[in-house]
Design a protein around this ligand. Structure first.
Ligand code: PRX
Length: 654
């Protein structure tokens, strides 16, 4: 093990100041940050207008900054036009055409370096191929691909022609893919024969075929990248190989100048109902926060090699892989495989090999790799790394200290970035050359972000360390615009309280004596499993869709690597399965959930009973289920339960 002994309580309030060496070279110094806060404070719209003028190349400059006439449907830079792909690629061609944009490594060790010029040519050819297939501005295109450069090419090509992409994580099942295609009424699917992960082939085309054979009538074309090389089925008149689609295409494609508010993409994420929501992002506002956070939080400079390990199927892979760093003209690293192939030193080996300077990953990955001890990272030269980041879930001080000591060699700042699919970009985070950090805290709000912790009445909680609702009080450019096709759900989910004035993040938080934010957890029925959001209802819906199941309740239980593990309490038709029968049923249901949603949603633990603990009014007692799942002692009075006897069954005692 790491050999570091940490007392969480003591570590919690220890301040880690950025080193003088880091600060001296950082983009944002203390005075710069003060000036940014001051500008945002004095003239909020003026601040954002300045940022938008400074960081985005506009085709038609905007004259209006914020339109709040239909709040909370906010609009930004509404009379401006631009193109995201132009901003990510073309504008670098004059000075950086030969600079590497993407360093790609496959699980087998194959490496590609793609320059900005090459990326431009690939994106243009693919964009032209999309046009030939009849894709037009505003059409929805679903991208279901492995973590390969072509996934970024596909996203950028959509952006180039004004099509709205919806990337579906390659680990999602055929069912999940179908739901997302149908909700978006997508006309095209871009996929691959298969991807590689953990030495296995992920059968993407097979899953895509399954989805398309069970609905998805809106899909007219499928483009298939050859990646794994396995035999797949290609359907005449619908499926085209990527290589054929781009074969005769020109490397020039004039960007479609879209309105600042035209949607750039949808990304489906879990909420507290059974149906994922299509989070809709704008073009210019989204891009603006993506750029400034890459510059301010990741201190991106011309020589940097930035590796954000997130898959493009998640928002982190959009903002810190496919868009933000490219718009900032950086070099990024992409890796297709698993972090433990051939061993748990893979990330560190790649950091050495590609001379990574900025490394951004999830606490789950850090905890998982930390378990393998210090010897693996110590085998590699990690001296190129100058900045570390985390995202997706709270990081426990032990993992933070390991990251700081063993990976960062005690000289790299760690930016613990709190944000969401809905916020589009980092919101609460240190500025690496300025903010002193505390392990486990995402510290302070960025300039221009009005974040607070409030009570039930919407009043600021001024008392230190008192928990409340995490809210954002003013609109910001990269906020979601709505939920695709469901404006009412947007209001109901994000503006249900406080007279609809504040954006409700769905997290609870507290601020300490220094005003630092500490995220305490979700306030809704959303789980955070290995940094990924999953609705308990989503897993419950999948379970009850199985013909053997009558009722199911799903809760989270603390897990030392994944943050949370999924525990399902299930009532089956007929007699309650016990012994071997229960084991078999649990295994079948785990696989079933995997097929319905994807492997990440498979419950870790499934327990059977004759009924679920309910109040006399019929409400499932989730708090009690969480206590049972965690194996904790039940201190509440269970005698008011309608069916007290099931408690022992669920605890595995009867
Ligand atoms: O609960 C918070 C947690 O992840 C949620 C957002 O999930 P998602 O939209 O999938 O985006 C993940 C990547 C941005 C938040 O509501 N979360 C995210 N970052 C942190 C975090 N919790 C604590 N600390 C963080 N740094």
């Amino acid at each position: 093990m790491s050999g570091i002994e940490i007392n969480s309580v003591l570590t919690e309030n220890r301040l880690f100041e950025p080193s003088a060496e880091f600060t001296a070279k950082a983009r944002i110094k203390s005075d710069d940050l003060k000036a940014l806060y001051q500008q945002a404070e004095e003239d909020y719209e003026g601040f954002w207008a300045n940022q938008a003028k400074q960081h985005i190349d506009w085709h038609t400059p905007f004259t209006r900054t914020l339109d709040d006439s239909q709040a909370p449907y906010f609009k930004w830079f509404t009379d401006g036009s631009m193109n995201v792909s132009y901003n990510c690629i073309d504008r670098h061609l004059e000075n950086k055409a030969e600079k590497t944009a993407i360093i790609f490594e496959g699980e087998g060790g194959d490496v590609q370096h793609i320059s900005y010029q090459q990326l431009h040519d690939d994106v243009c050819r693919f964009a032209n191929a999309l046009k030939i297939k009849g894709i037009q501005k505003g059409d929805r295109v679903v991208i279901y691909m492995p973590m390969v450069p072509e996934a970024v090419v596909a996203m950028q090509a959509c952006a180039r022609i004004g099509a709205i992409h919806s990337v579906v994580f390659g680990g999602f099942s055929a069912e999940s893919l179908r739901d997302r295609i149908e909700d978006a009424q997508a006309v095209m699917l871009i996929t691959a024969d298969g991807g590689t992960r953990g030495g296995k082939i992920v059968e993407l085309k097979e899953a895509a075929d399954k989805a398309l054979n069970n609905g998805c009538d809106s899909i007219k074309h499928v483009i298939v990248l050859k990646r794994s090389g396995q035999k797949i089925n290609m359907q005449d008149n619908r499926d085209t190989w990527w290589s054929d689609a781009v074969a005769d295409q020109s490397t020039t494609c004039i960007p479609e100048w879209v309105n600042a508010e035209d949607p750039l993409f949808l990304l489906y994420t879990s909420g507290s109902t059974g149906k994922p929501k299509g989070i809709q992002h704008s073009s210019a506002g989204y891009l603006l926060n993506a750029i400034i956070t890459n510059l301010w939080v990741f201190d991106l400079q011309d020589h940097d090699i930035f590796w954000c390990t997130a898959d493009v199927g998640w928002i982190t892979g959009h903002t810190y892989v496919a868009y933000g760093p490219l718009a900032a003209g950086a070099t990024i690293v992409m890796y297709e495989g698993a972090p433990v192939i051939p061993d748990a030193g893979r990330f560190w080996k790649m950091c050495e090999q590609h001379k990574v300077t900025i490394f951004y990953t999830a606490p789950t990955a850090i905890r998982a790799l930390m378990k393998f001890g210090d010897d693996l990272p110590n085998q590699y030269d990690l001296s190129s790394i100058r900045l570390l980041g985390t995202v997706g879930e709270p990081i426990n001080p032990e993992a933070w200290m390991w990251y700081h000591t063993v990976i960062g060699k005690e000289h790299c700042p760690i930016v613990d970035t709190w944000w969401q699919t809905e916020t589009g970009a980092n919101v609460l985070t240190p500025i690496p050359g300025v903010t002193a950090t505390k392990p486990g805290s995402c510290t302070l709000a960025l300039p221009g972000m009005d974040v607070d912790v409030v009570n039930e009445e919407g009043e600021s909680i001024t008392e230190a360390n008192t928990g409340g609702y995490l809210v954002i009080k003013k609109p910001w450019p990269s906020m979601l615009r709505t939920i695709w096709g469901d404006d009412q759900r947007y209001i109901d989910t994000y503006f249900p309280k406080f007279d609809g004035k504040y954006y409700l993040a769905g997290d609870s938080a507290r601020r300490d004596e220094d005003g630092y934010f500490w995220i305490m957890g979700r306030i809704d029925d959303v789980l955070n499993v290995a940094g990924h959001r999953l609705g308990t209802m989503e897993v419950e819906s999948a379970l009850v869709a199985n013909s053997a199941v009558v009722e199911a309740a799903v809760v989270g239980r603390p897990h030392d690597v994944k943050g949370e593990a999924i525990v399902a309490f299930v009532i089956c038709k007929g007699d309650r399965p016990v012994g071997e029968e229960a084991e078999k049923m649990a295994a079948d249901l785990r696989n079933w959930v995997g097929e319905q949603i994807g492997p990440i949603a498979k419950p870790d633990d499934i327990r059977f009973a004759d009924g679920l603990p309910k109040t006399r009014s019929g409400k499932i007692m989730r708090r009690l289920l969480r206590t049972i799942a965690a194996g904790e002692e039940i201190t509440s009075d269970t005698s008011t339960l309608e069916n007290e006897a099931v408690v022992a069954q669920l605890q595995g005692e009867a």
